[in-house]
Design a protein around this ligand. Sequence first.
Ligand SMILES: [Mg+2]
Ligand SMILES: [Zn+2]
Length: 220
Amino acid sequence: MLAFLDYDGTLTTHECNEIVLQRFVGDAWRPLEAEAKADRMSHAEVFDRQIGLIRAPREELLGALVAEAEPAPGLAAFLAELEARGGRPVIVSAGLREAIAAVWSRENLPAVELHASELVGGGPQGGPPYRLDFSSVLGDCPRCGPRACKGAALRALRRPGEPVLVFGDGVSDVCPAREADLTFARGHLAERCAAAGLEWRPLADFATVWCEVDAWTARR
Ligand SMILES: [Mg+2]
Ligand SMILES: [Zn+2]
């Protein structure tokens, strides 16, 4: 079994990127977010442009992302049970790899395969202006744009016959949710799954996930 995991707002209790953007650029990130939610601009381009608005030094930006992150309730136990069942967890995120790795080590969470973005700073000491170098596991898609689709990443990572659980909350999680056997969704993704008639469950916290998975498996 493959657990295909979004990071921000899915494995964390809050949307850390939004909180940190608000702190560093005020409301300037919000019109871009609306473009992504309305499918007028790809989520990847939006996030790249939002990060490009930040002028804070690199350590300050990464430090704020790490400081804001609080793991979702039940996450560690969920990952331990996944390992016990012979499953594998993979995080696929447009978020900053350095920040996610730092949160993982601070929280001493079970090991995961991580595909996330590199923060590229064009200024002194890797500081601003920033842009993102997205993970090469992402693929092309008319909706997500070139090398920005998590659905393509899912197709690349999935082994033949392997059941896939997708966990997400945002616009970028819609494509993998379409490929999943079962999706656990919050927020915007929950609305999109419901509208598309996909097989999905609300993601309240990770403590209830295995009950839902077992019930779903028993009915297959
Ligand atoms: Mg998210
Ligand atoms: Zn896509």
